[in-house]
Design a protein around this ligand. Structure first.
Ligand code: FES
Length: 213
């Protein structure tokens, strides 16, 4: 059984629960500082708490809604001779790791053909996808989606950014985004994602300076 679960509370925070009978240390971080978890904690996802990263109840005054507004996912599919690469724009957290580390494969131009699989080996393509923190990039071989396994859980709450989660953390939702990896995903903290609870990079376009999370 997973030791950790995350419940997105409707119109409220994310509840992270420790299901083991021991105190968990060095698994959850906020801005690189560790958070010790006894039983559970409530993490703000409206972006307005004055006690970040924790919920302080501001979402109630602010009429925060956790409704998923996204109607249709934006999926792009690319084929090389050995792998099929899928990009789900709706869960891309905008880390730009792919563009920065593998510029020969991923173009920073915002076009439909921004992925070119002809320039690198299959090994490099897979490496580039495994580095994607949100699992917006995924790949399949012979029609079977390949998921990574992680030995240790990590919940990283990024300052003014999303929560990146890896490992056996049970996200309690009914409907997952297409091709999302259940052991690697990013969750919205700013409250503006159209695809809640997932981050869709909306935090990058927030102009309101009252958002510091
Ligand atoms: S979700 Fe409670 S204050 Fe943000």
């Amino acid at each position: 059984m997973n030791e950790l679960s995350i419940i997105p509370i409707e119109n409220g925070p994310l509840k992270i629960s420790n299901l083991s009978n021991k105190t968990l240390k060095n698994i959850i971080f906020y801005d690189s500082l560790p958070i010790t978890l006894e039983k559970s904690t409530l993490i703000c996802r409206c972006g307005k708490s004055k006690n970040q990263p924790f919920c302080d109840g501001t979402h109630l005054k602010d009429n925060f809604t956790s409704e998923k507004k996204l109607k249709e996912e934006i999926i792009q599919v690319y084929n090389s001779k050995d792998v099929t690469v899928t990009f789900n724009r709706s869960i891309c957290a905008g880390s730009a790791q792919c563009v920065n580390e593998f510029p020969s494969i991923y173009s920073s131009e915002n076009s439909h053909d921004w992925i070119n699989l002809d320039t690198e080996t299959t090994q490099e393509i897979i490496k580039s996808i495994e580095g994607c923190p949100s699992s917006a990039l995924s790949y399949s071989i012979e029609n079977k989606q390949i998921m990574q396994d992680y030995e240790k859980e990590n919940i990283n709450i990024l300052k003014n950014g999303p929560i990146t989660v890896i490992g056996a953390v049970d996200l309690k939702i009914e409907h997952w985004s297409s091709f999302a990896n259940k052991t690697k995903f990013t969750l919205c903290r700013c409250g503006a994602s159209e695809n809640k609870p997932f981050c869709d990079y909306s935090h990058a376009s927030l102009k309101d300076s009252s958002y510091t999370f």
